[in-house]
Design a protein around this ligand. Structure first.
Ligand code: ADP
Length: 484
């Protein structure tokens, strides 16, 4: 089948979160299964800054936005280590900027125009280049206008008569909402701006548009697919999702094993395998040195890599952080986000020199070192659509301590000392005390060397490669394509 994957970030071209990992690693896995697949993303400044070479396609875009016609072009490059082509929709006014979505976490005021240009650009390019497509696989609000355009402006266009859309939700909380009076910028008729359409409490909601107009919906774990149909997790769109429950599928993300694999990882001090963990001890020493921690091989070292957002449970963590240090552990955090958490965790670091390392930056190499060098990996998320770091952690024998929500619940099995089963520490209630006892359980197990080795071995045996999930996507694409 011919598949076009449309996402606003793709590794290695641009990344702010897990979406980029998925849209950079699913397409090669689909290709390996014999699918004809290409990828679309905007041509951001980061592409050039990283020295990634692109070629012109020769296609010029002319996109109506509001009353104006804006010009653009499309360039292309291969996804590294594959023959999948990535098409980059270019318009310097919109995409040659320091950030992907906005300065210091704030949204750029013209985001609707930017992503309307992008989505319409994708469709115009497919038609101009005569690239008939069976499935356009759209990811998150930035690509949500594609299903909307196909069912409105492009409805009668014969070129797209056999094209179906799958819309994947990576995080329902980020919806792309705009003042209602910006809606005409899309060029779509007002008739869909109703309560049953894209209107949302007086505004215009791209996520809602994707949920209503796509032929099928998916999200990134089975558990999250169930959770988002409840008012607790539904971000005020649970009603829309319940109405489409029949057309909503959960498929857990895979791990890119060329990027995340302790046997081949080029960022870590020493490669290692489940059979021979000596290298992991070297990685711990290297991490302790680099992170400014006392070099102590026997101290349990807890790692965190995350956006510093409320979603990730940092309020709960901050509340119990001093109690955690009472368990005689070391702690390393890598993350950026909410300035309030920057301040809280910087202060926490200052209280424990040599024992706590706080790194408020985005640093891929350090992320790899933390995965390899830590003993445990903490994710106390309030909700987690899929989560990638817990799966990376399993591969590196770094034992996840997670809250039972979304993809964390689907991928991590709680350790049971009696049945010698499980490869993580799972807790349910999102409160500081429950989190503390989960960490304490992990630290106690760590001190029983033989039991801990068993946990690490079981963790490293888990297979979260893309193969199984990519096959599920192919089966889903086929089902969608066959629908009348
Ligand atoms: P989300 O998409 O909600 O941010 P995921 O767990 O799905 O969370 O994916 C996060 C991805 O971003 C992982 O690959 C993680 O390693 C990476 N990441 C997050 N913060 C940082 C950071 N400060 N430095 C390097 N990598 C980071």
């Amino acid at each position: 089948m011919k598949i076009a994957v449309v996402a606003s970030e793709v590794v290695p071209f641009a990344k702010t979160g897990g979406l980029a990992d998925v849209s950079g690693s699913l397409p090669p896995a689909l290709e390996e299964l014999g699918q004809d697949v290409c990828v679309f993303m905007p041509k951001y400044r980061t592409v050039v800054e990283q020295g990634l070479q692109t070629e012109p396609t020769g296609v010029r875009l002319e996109i109506p936005i509001g009353g104006r016609t804006l010009e653009g072009s499309v360039e292309w490059a291969f996804l590294p280590n594959s023959s999948v082509k990535v098409y980059l929709v270019a318009n310097d006014e919109f995409f040659d900027r320091p950030q992907l979505y906005g300065e210091s976490g704030l949204d750029y005021v013209d985001n609707l125009e930017r992503f309307a240009f992008f989505c319409r650009g994708v469709l115009q390019f497919l038609e101009t280049a005569n690239m008939a497509t069976d499935i356009i696989h759209c990811h998150d609000w930035q690509a949500a206008l594609i299903p909307m355009y196909l069912k409105t402006v492009y409805r009668e266009n014969p070129f797209f008569q056999n094209t179906k859309t799958l819309y994947t939700i990576h995080n329902l909380a980020y919806q792309g909402t705009f003042p209602g009076d910006q809606f005409p910028l899309t060029g779509i008729d007002w008739s869909i701006f109703t309560i049953d359409g894209v209107e949302f409490y007086g505004g215009f909601n791209l996520m809602k548009g994707g949920l209503i107009f796509a032929d099928h919906l998916s999200t990134v774990s089975q558990k999250y697919a169930e959770e988002i149909q409840t008012s607790e997790f539904g971000c005020r769109l649970d009603g829309v999702l319940r109405r489409r429950a029949e057309h909503l599928t959960g498929i857990v993300n895979g791990v890119d094993s060329t990027e995340w694999n302790p046997e081949t990882d080029r960022y870590i001090a020493c490669n290692y395998t489940a059979k021979d963990l000596k290298g992991k001890a070297k990685c711990k020493e290297d991490l302790q040195m680099q992170a400014g921690l006392d070099v102590m091989p026997g101290k349990p070292l807890i790692g965190v890599i995350s956006r510093l957002a409320d979603q990730k449970g940092f309020d709960i963590l901050a509340e119990m952080a001093d109690y955690m240090m009472g368990l005689d552990v070391q702690f390393v955090l890598l993350g950026t986000g909410n300035p309030n958490y920057h301040r809280l965790f910087a202060e926490f670091g200052d209280r424990y020199p040599g024992r706590v390392s706080i790194n408020l930056t985005f640093d891929n190499a350090l992320a790899h070192k933390i995965e390899a060098g830590s003993d445990m990996f903490l994710m106390p998320s309030r909700y987690e659509p899929c989560g990638l770091n817990q799966m990376y952690s399993l591969k590196y024998g770094t034992i996840p301590i997670v809250r039972a929500t979304g993809g964390l619940a689907d991928t991590i099995k709680d350790y049971n000392a009696e049945s010698k089963d499980g490869f993580g520490f799972v807790f349910v209630e999102p409160d500081p005390k429950t989190l503390y006892f989960a960490i304490k359980r992990a630290v106690d197990a760590y001190r029983r060397k033989f039991a801990w080795q068993g946990i690490v071995k079981r963790a490293m045996k888990r297979d979260h490669s893309w193969k199984e999930s990519a096959s599920k996507y192919v089966a889903l694409y086929e089902r969608i394509a066959q629908r009348p």
